[in-house]
Write a protein that binds this ligand. Structure first.
Ligand SMILES: Cc1cc2nc3c(=O)[nH]c(=O)nc-3n(C[C@H](O)[C@H](O)[C@H](O)COP(=O)(O)OP(=O)(O)OC[C@H]3O[C@@H](n4cnc5c(N)ncnc54)[C@H](O)[C@@H]3O)c2cc1C
Length: 553
């Protein structure tokens, strides 16, 4: 494959020298990916693994928008069957086990309980739906659905007495923000450059190349020549094309806000609930972060600024009211300890109801100018789900394969993400993905046991948390120096340094709300202590706008 300049360095801790920052202003790569959400990170990873030189730019932190605000389900989407979205459901169902194998530390199987409410869908309809859900795609690890007696089952205890019958089915849980980071890490380890807090402000197209201008938060500018441009700007995808890439908008996006509330734990068992609401929508109540229950989501047309979505009081009232229809203990707005909202970039299929708009994606490859003369490729991502990101990335790379004359093909289906090879030797995080049939929890427990044997100084709760976050990369995190100084309860310098050096963390929010969810377990004073530490150690670097993560050639 053509390489006009050496590829950009990709070590997140490599320091940009003064010379790099002032002299070298112009860089070349095969593909510039705009957007560090799950789709951009997934595409960068796939392309880098095929030997393509990739630069990914993200205007904020990785996963700072839709990809950290999802319900965090790896799911086929039971309710999409009602909209006859069989192909989307089949594709998503098939992805569940592929993904679960790739990073079993941040994703795991989850059983969902649907209490039967006779005033909603009839039993035959639910049974038919679950039969399809069980059989539309191959399952090796996830158990099939079944009917349960809620008077006997642990999941019946927190519910109102009149819910006596229920259905249980399988899907998966994922830490969405960490999934994005792991994709970016894998991309970087395969040669990609990942630039956070750099916005793509202008992209001009020629017959064979794009000339692109990036701008840092501090106003610094870099120029990039790329053979192809990938628009993975999520909810900004249409705006990016018209305002920055000077390209026509091939598709319209429908922006639909979804909000979640977090309350203190409402139940002790490890199943999640799916509740049917009188408006025909559904909401989930999911065990969250050990001490909490996550309840969501809503579907509200979003007209405001894209990056500023926030829950409103009517959404809080709606989620509390629907959850209280099922739980014995009423859920009230006063119980809410945290909320988050995201904007879904949905393909506009002209549905009246936001909940009914398709969740499928479309990839659009454009290789011609308006006058039909040939042009450097532009690939735009429209819509999508966390669950289908790997497939989407694979299809995106396949589409770019001919124009970029790639010699390598699809490779991600059997590959572990960083830290995901729990069965491997200590630090053996790269390799093929594996999961024992039916014993996912056992595999993880064995991994935690071996971790505590290798590092007996780790308190059990910390070992468990680090194993969940970093999988087999814990050994890198602990290195030879151990945990270092404790900054606040359970957060040590070694983790902060690891997050900086390997995961692009630069602010307290990056650490407390995206790389981890420690923010939820801390009080304001503790969060302040972490912010002060990050500020003291990292602020100069962020303010200088010369990202430590890349030494420019
Ligand atoms: C409430 C809610 C619940 C959901 N639940 C689920 C679920 O349970 N399961 C599931 O599979 N899916 C779920 N989804 C869908 C899923 O979250 C999204 O499809 C997915 O995260 C979209 O990822 P993305 O990469 O396209 O967008 P984003 O994550 O928004 O990433 C796009 C990135 O592009 C960056 N960007 C934009 N313009 C520029 C520029 N000019 N220069 C540089 N960077 C730029 C943005 O800063 C942003 O970080 C849910 C979505 C929502 C909102």
């Amino acid at each position: 494959m053509e390489r006009e300049t050496p590829s950009l360095k990709s070590d997140p801790k490599a320091t940009a020298s003064a010379d790099d920052a002032t002299q070298a202003q112009h860089h070349t790569c095969d593909v510039l990916v705009v957007g560090g959400g799950i789709n951009g990170a997934g595409i960068a990873r796939d392309l880098a693994g095929r030997g393509v030189s990739v630069l990914l730019c993200e205007k904020d932190d990785l996963a700072s928008h839709t990809s950290s605000c999802s319900t965090k389900l790896i799911h086929g989407g039971l309710r999409y069957l009602e909209y006859y979205e069989f192909s989307l459901v089949r594709k998503a169902l098939a992805e569940r086990e592929v993904l679960l194998k790739s990073a079993p530390h941040i994703m795991w199987p989850l059983r969902f309980v649907m209490p039967h409410d006779p005033s909603m869908r009839p039993v035959w309809m639910i049974r038919a739906g679950l039969f399809l859900y069980d059989h539309l795609a191959k399952r090796e690890v996830l158990p099939a659905s079944r009917t349960i007696d809620l008077r006997q089952h642990a999941a019946g205890k927190p519910l109102k007495r009149h819910f006596t019958k229920g259905f249980v089915y399988s899907d998966g849980w994922v830490d969405d923000a960490r999934l994005v980071v792991l994709n970016a890490m894998d991309a970087a380890e395969r040669g990609a450059t990942v630039l956070t807090r750099w916005r793509c402000v202008d992209a001009r197209r020629g017959a064979t190349h794009w000339q692109v201008r990036l701008q840092s938060a501090a106003g610094q500018t870099r120029l990039v020549t790329a053979r192809a441009l990938v628009n993975a700007a999520g909810p900004w995808a249409a705006q990016f094309l018209s305002e920055h890439a000077h390209a026509p908008r091939p598709k319209a996006l429908r922006l639909v806000k979804g909000s979640h509330i977090v309350v203190k734990k409402l139940f002790k068992h490890d199943h999640a609930y799916i509740f049917q609401n009188p408006d025909k929508r559904i909401i989930f109540a999911i065990p969250y972060e050990g001490e909490f229950t996550l309840i969501g989501t809503t579907d509200v047309e979003h007209a405001g600024a894209i990056g500023q979505a926030q829950i409103d009081t009517s959404e809080i009232a709606y989620l509390c009211e629907q959850a209280s229809r099922y739980f014995e203990q009423a859920v009230t707005p006063a119980d809410v300890v945290w909320t988050y909202s995201g904007v879904r970039p949905l393909l506009d299929d002209e549905s009246g109801d936001p909940a009914a708009v398709t969740r499928d994606y479309s990839l659009e490859l454009d290789t011609a100018m308006a006058d039909s003369s040939s042009a450097a490729p532009l690939l735009s991502v429209w819509g999508g789900k966390i669950t289908t990101f790997r497939k989407l990335a694979e299809e995106a790379a396949d589409l770019l394969s001919a124009p970029l004359q790639m010699s390598r093909g699809a490779w991600t289906a059997g590959s572990a993400l960083p830290g995901g090879n729990l069965g491997g030797s200590a630090g053996g995080e790269r390799g093929s993905a594996s999961l024992s049939r039916g014993d996912v929890a056992g595999d993880f427990a064995r991994f935690v046991l071996s971790l505590t044997q290798r590092h007996p100084q780790l308190p059990p709760a910390l070992a468990q948390r680090l194993a969940r976050c970093y999988g087999s990369r814990v050994d890198t995190l602990l290195g030879a120096g151990g945990l270092g100084r404790e900054i606040v309860n359970g957060l040590f310098e070694a983790e902060l340094n690891y997050l900086h050096d390997h995961e692009w963390a630069r602010t307290a929010d990056d650490v407390l709300w995206r790389r981890t969810k420690l923010g939820l377990h801390m009080n304001a004073a503790q969060r302040e202590t972490v912010a002060a530490w990050c500020s003291a150690h990292w602020r100069a670097e962020v303010a200088a706008g010369a990202p430590k993560e890349t030494a420019w050639n």
